[in-house]
Ligand binder design. Structure first.
Ligand SMILES: [Fe+2]
Ligand SMILES: [Fe+2]
Length: 151
């Protein structure tokens, strides 16, 4: 699968997890969904930061450089909000508010990646995107099993 298609697929999966958690009232179920969201986002940001963004940067255009820098900053904000969530009571109204903010951040970021960065990334060519996609899939699985062990 092309790297850009893999990332789009993961965006969809995370968005659907956010929809699910929005409809979930039970504290324990919320916590479990939150863990799933955190694991999915962690793996996704690792493969983007370690593999996909450097490839985009390799296109060596000013636009690519600006988009990558902005994306790193957005990941940073997402990580800050995620780090606070384990401390918030899932039965609390603040939990819902924080989840809404997180979901909006992620959605905005993912949409921008898809509309701008992934479009530009097509310049890497189909073969390059395919092989990058395979490597990213492998790395994603490895990161995910690491986070499962840690939990
Ligand atoms: Fe991203
Ligand atoms: Fe992404």
């Amino acid at each position: 699968m092309k790297a850009t298609d893999l990332l789009k697929k993961q965006h969809k999966e995370v968005k659907s997890l956010f929809k699910k958690i929005e409809k979930t009232e039970n504290g324990r179920a919320r916590r479990q969904l939150l863990d799933e969201i955190a694991t999915a986002l962690h793996g996704h940001t690792v493969i983007e930061e370690e593999m996909f963004y450097p490839a985009v940067r390799g296109l060596e255009t000013q636009k690519a450089e600006e988009m990558v820098l902005e994306a790193f900053e957005e990941h940073h904000v997402v990580k800050l909000v995620l780090a606070e969530l384990p401390k918030v009571n899932t039965e609390d109204d603040r939990f819902e508010a924080k989840m809404t903010v997180l979901s909006e951040l992620v959605e905005h970021h993912a949409d921008e990646e898809e509309k701008e960065m992934f479009k530009l990334a097509q310049k890497l060519g189909k073969d390059e995107l395919e092989s990058l996609g395979e490597q990213m899939q492998e790395r994603f699985e490895a990161v995910r099993s690491q986070s499962r062990q840690a939990a």
